[in-house]
Design a protein around this ligand. Structure first.
Ligand code: CO
Length: 212
């Protein structure tokens, strides 16, 4: 029932106040999150909850298949605001195995607007077809594409002019690529962390040399 959500909210807010009477007063004055989360809209990947962060600690952008599209005004607004105004220290691109968006990008079924949104993932899979075709089961191909997609988004974020300018100004900012497993609730660091423009070049070079 929809009313239960409002009741849950009352119970949640009063529990927070009982634990810390100044909690909402502090939050209402300002937010100073150190992290920007770029994750999938999937209801099973609740950003704050899986990393144990409270309201005020994580700036969140979620969309289908955790994309960081270089021409999406929503994403670009979030990125610029979090880097230039909030001055987050870390950007986390978080994918998840079994992503329905990635799966949809790999088949030929028509679903509508989503096919256009997922076009970059379809292109990515095409670019890696030689590698992906060696995997016989579809779920295996989906999961490898989920990892490749995180990597591609980390590269997009690293190449983004807002991020490049922040590094040029000497601002401390790291971009990380993680993947979440819905089966066990665990995050895995894909070891794609970049902290400056040189790291981005190295990451791209590593991609070509390993062809992965
Ligand atoms: Co997903």
């Amino acid at each position: 029932m929809i009313e239960s959500l409002l009741n849950n909210n009352m119970a949640w807010a009063s529990a927070r106040v009982r634990a810390d009477s100044q909690f909402f007063r502090r939050l209402s004055e300002q937010q100073s999150p150190e992290y920007l989360w770029i994750g999938c809209s999937d209801s099973r990947v609740p950003a704050n909850e899986i990393v144990g962060l409270d309201p005020g600690e994580l700036f969140v952008h979620r969309n289908i298949a955790n994309l960081a599209p270089p021409r999406d005004i929503n994403f670009l607004s979030v990125l610029q605001y979090s880097v230039e105004v909030l001055k987050v220290r870390h950007i986390i691109v978080c994918g998840h195995y079994g992503c329905g968006g990635v799966r949809a990008a790999l088949d030929t079924e028509r679903r509508g607007l989503i096919d256009h949104w997922l076009q970059p993932v379809t292109e990515l899979a095409r670019a890696h077809a030689d590698h992906l075709d060696t995997i016989t089961d579809f779920e295996g191909r989906v999961n490898l594409t989920c990892e490749l997609n995180v990597r591609a988004q980390v590269e997009y974020v690293g190449r983004n002019p807002f991020v490049a300018d922040a590094w040029r100004r000497g601002q401390k900012l790291a971009v990380h690529g993680w993947i979440y497993s819905i089966r066990d609730g665990l995050l895995h660091d894909l070891e794609l962390t970049i902290e400056n423009a040189r790291d981005v070049d190295a990451l791209v070079r590593r991609r070509w040399s390993s062809n992965a």
